[in-house]
Design a protein around this ligand. Structure first.
Ligand code: CP
Ligand code: NVA
Length: 296
């Protein structure tokens, strides 16, 4: 049995196979290994559109079913210990996806779970999104290995997963963050052979094959929004920044996006923006992930 709390939990070759499989299933959904009578438990402590719909649609198309729980409508919101919830739920469902705040909660749930646990986003990582991003890059431009990816903005959960992806998929990652908003220093240091961290968005974007950004205030940071708008003012991905990247550079954003903040409307809606394919690919890649984890 395997969990998927970060991209590092699945061997490199298997991870690459899941991304390829997602494209295969997109072309031919009938190829999926069905999962009749299998139940996916979804425990979400934060809002979601794409991740929830991707997982529910994926398991439905596999002839399985999903149960969606929030902290507000389960005993988790009334203080039932995570380790107890993990032991109980995993006796009933076959796989669990959790969206939460502290990454340690996911780790604790996984420790006590007898079924695979998937990170549907934590404060530290969003590995499911990376499966879709890598699938999308591959479908538009081929192999990402050896390419240059620019991460512009917050050193957040998405940025951390991009660092892991650089290692697992062998690309170069240039990160530009405002001072005080850098990604985890240990993670950067552990991947120093592939990851460069700086403050200048223009240097990061220079000659990039893919430019990626994300919101300036993530879920749970709403109170910091006004301060962050100020700190991130020079970090918008706009046409001027994209002009420094390769002429065929793609733009990605996990969404939801704030036009006029981290990305200009012009860039988000331009032909080299592949954000809608990226969003669709959440469903195909989640299906490939479920197929993999349920068949270990
Ligand atoms: N990209 C992403 O995870 O979107 P949701 O928050 O809508 O699930
Ligand atoms: N960094 C964002 C990603 C949303 C999908 C957040 O955590 O809110």
């Amino acid at each position: 049995m395997k969990h998927f709390l970060t991209l590092l939990d699945i061997p490199k070759n298997d991870l690459q196979a899941i991304v390829k499989r997602a494209s295969e299933l997109k072309k031919n959904p009938d190829l999926v290994t069905a999962a009749p009578r299998k139940t996916l438990g979804l425990i979400f402590e934060k809002s979601s559109t794409r991740t929830r719909v991707a997982f529910e649609t994926a398991i439905n198309q596999m002839d399985g079913g999903a149960i969606f729980l929030t902290t507000g409508d389960s005993q988790l919101g009334r203080g039932e210990p995570i380790e107890d919830a993990a032991r109980v739920l995993s006796r009933m469902v076959d796989v669990v996806a959790i969206r939460t705040f502290e990454h340690s909660k996911l780790e604790k749930f996984a420790e006590y779970s007898s079924v695979p646990v998937i990170n549907a986003l934590s404060d530290d990582y969003h590995p499911c999104q990376l499966l879709a991003d890598l699938q999308t890059y591959n479908e538009h431009r081929g192999d990402i290995s050896g390419k240059r990816v620019a991460w512009i903005g917050d050193g957040n959960n998405m940025c951390h997963s991009y660092i892991n992806a650089a290692r697992m998929f062998d690309f170069e990652l240039a990160i530009a963050c405002p001072p005080g908003f850098e990604p985890n220093a240990d993670l950067v240091a552990a991947n120093a052979d592939r990851v460069q961290l700086g403050e200048d968005p223009r240097s990061a974007a220079a000659k990039a094959d893919l430019v990626v950004t994300d919101v300036w205030a993530s879920m749970g940071q709403e109170a910091e929004q006004a301060d962050r708008v100020h700190s991130f003012a020079d970090y918008q991905v706009n046409a001027e920044l994209m002009a420094l990247a390769q002429s065929d550079a793609l733009f990605m954003h996990c969404l939801p996006a704030h036009r006029g903040e981290e990305v200009s409307a012009e860039v988000l809606d331009a032909p080299d923006s592949v954000v809608w394919d990226e969003a669709e690919n959440r469903m195909h890649s989640q299906k490939a992930l479920l197929e993999y984890l349920l068949n270990q």
